[in-house]
Design a protein around this ligand. Structure first.
Ligand code: HEC
Length: 240
């Protein structure tokens, strides 16, 4: 019984500390038919994220096809210098350095749109704030003690939290810009929204490929059952 009470207390406490960091998610505006937004998102990704995070499930050629633009435009406006249209988006970061610098590997983000969801990603990318107690000097409203540096500090500026008391606990009420960056708030929101739109898209072709594969499997099963049925008839003919 004692153990049960301890367990119950631990569960309640861990829930409380989790809740104290959790802010409501902000909504992303996702539109996978908006080619311009996807192109801008892809460009922002290559400029700001590819240094650390690969997207191994997608090639530039696939983007050209899905965004309905020329291969040449993809290579000129989106891809890193020297890339070919058949390249996947590999990060140049080697895993040894990554572990040394951040203590964790920056994960491949091919499926992040599906696993975390658009609103989480949008809130995460807008949720970095100054926290001097952390090794990287930054924390995040939806990913407590995050191991990723704030890559937007120059564009968005530096955000500081405003706290309020909820049930005797300090909770972040909102973030405010303490030092402005190069972009206005609207410009930054649009940039992050385009990035999230792109990441949601990246998760989709993978799903589309799975569906295509699924159809082949069904087709194979159908053919196979016809053959099996014919074979069965053939065998029974001899026995009769
Ligand atoms: C300097 C390296 C670096 C750059 C640049 C960077 N990240 Fe990260 N990112 C990391 C590391 C390291 C982690 C792992 C954090 C952890 O697990 O604590 C991470 C984690 C994440 C996660 C959370 C993954 C999860 O576990 O669910 C997302 C989403 C993400 N990054 C998106 C981005 C996006 C989008 C960009 C570009 C705007 C970007 N990152 C740029 C290093 C980087």
């Amino acid at each position: 019984m004692k153990r049960l009470i301890t367990l119950f207390l631990m569960a309640t406490l861990s829930f409380c500390s989790y809740a104290s960091e959790d802010m409501a998610l902000q909504e992303a505006d996702i539109d996978l038919s908006d080619s311009e937004s996807l192109q801008r998102g892809a460009k922002h990704y290559v400029d700001n994220c590819l240094g650390c995070h690969s997207l191994k499930h997608i090639r530039y050629q696939r983007m050209a096809l899905d965004f309905e633009i020329d291969d040449k435009k993809v290579l000129k406006d989106i891809a890193i210098e020297g890339a070919t249209i058949y390249d996947q988006l590999h990060s140049a970061m080697n895993s040894h350095d990554a572990e040394k610098w951040f203590g964790v590997q920056p994960p491949d983000l091919s499926l992040i749109g599906r696993s975390r969801g658009a609103d989480w990603l949008y809130s995460y990318l807008k949720g970095f704030y100054v926290d001097k107690t952390k090794p990287l000097g930054t924390n995040n409203t939806v990913f407590k003690d995050v191991g990723m540096p704030n890559v937007f500090w120059q564009l968005q500026g530096q955000q500081k939290p405003v706290f309020h008391l909820v049930d005797g606990q300090q909770q972040i009420e909102k973030l405010v810009i303490a030092e402005p960056g190069k972009l206005s708030e609207q410009e930054f929101d649009l940039m992050v929204n385009d990035l999230v739109n792109f990441l949601v898209y990246v998760g989709e072709p993978v799903q589309m490929e799975r569906h295509r594969l699924g159809k082949y499997v069904l087709f194979f099963l159908l053919i196979f059952s016809v053959i099996a049925y014919k074979l069965k008839k053939e065998y029974w003919k001899d026995i009769d």
